[in-house]
Design a protein around this ligand. Sequence first.
Ligand SMILES: [Zn+2]
Length: 448
Amino acid sequence: MTESNPPGGPLARVRLAVIGIALLVLFIPFVSSFAGVDPQSVPEAGISAQAPAEPALLEPDPNAEWRRTGKTRSQLVIGIRLADTLTGLGFLAWLAFSGAAARFRSVLSALIRSQWLVRAISILLVTIAVTVASLPFDLARYAVSMSYGIGRQPLGAWLGDQAIGLAVTSASAVFLGQLFYSLLRRRPATWWRWVAGAGVPLSMLAVLLSPLYIELFNDFAPISNRAVAERILELAGRAGVPADEVFEIDMSRQTRAANAFVTGIGPTATIALGDTLLENFSEQETLFVMAHEMGHYVRNHLWIGLAVAVVTSAFGSWLLQRILDRILRRYHGRLGYTALADVASLPLILLVAGVLSLAGEPVSNTISRSMETDADRFALRLTVPEDVSPEAAASTFERLGQLALSDPSPNPIVRFVYWSHPTLDERVALVRETAGAAPAYRARPSGP
Ligand SMILES: [Zn+2]
């Protein structure tokens, strides 16, 4: 469990269920990347606990040690991710095409009369099996993050968070899965239209609930440093972000990673930042990061992201339906079932949906990168040079790279497929082009 105060009572359970539903929406990773939660822009920060109160600016240095370490770490993480994806899809393919899923459903049906319960158990077990298949890779990611000094969470606490995540996912998977299969039974030919239509409200719900989801794992309280709060709110006023409070998230519980977001649909916006950002970044750098996040809000990236998610999900559902139909016809009966409405089809559906979302990833990342650059430009216009010096803006990205140990110049293919943000070198170059005064790379100083 987290140490945050979990509110009890039925309301809390309803909230948990709703959050779960929102999470399960296929495009969650997509929506959250647009919602301003910026895993790469303000990423896993690694800095010593004795960070100075006002860190000195970092100047671009092409020979900096972190650049090499960052490349190695990034390559490791991408390798693990690739292996994780392939293993997961391979496992689903085995379940789907070996007949294992159909045999398992037959055994369950012989034991249990209620078809509802057979479906619930099948969905639950597939969810758990997929999670367990992925666990070694999650552990490897955790080990990498700890060994590079980025992660801060003891193994027990980390496993506890994984268990909470699995509980939320399982509950929502059973709930959404039942809805999905009742749709497959009633609308065997046109179900994809209903899935596509549900994408709009579910995506919006996901955005609205993303701060609540964070609350499952962390505390969310008004920021204690009021001087910084005043400056951020003053910036928000100028940027046109309707907010009257800045929230602090105790991210340091899990990680050295820094993160921040500005989100909200409707009359008010939520501005939040990690305590890790306050700890490790100078005030100017913090303002620059917040201005970037405000850029996402003001430039309507949230709505663009939702629109993209809706269009993608509609197209994806249509494609999913066509592919699944074709597979069913081709393997007629050999899969152990003949209609998608049979819950034995779940591994096949997840497999095809997984391959489709994988194929869509470079597309969504390309759109995301262009919005990130747009938010960087917005932040530069809003803050440089009055609030933030060009050097501090460049230093923000240097620090992000140094603390996150992220690859500042990944291979172009890796960048195209996996990177939701421009590379750190590209972002520093943008500061240099736009603000002019940011220092260019200098030769490494001679001497010790
Ligand atoms: Zn961003």
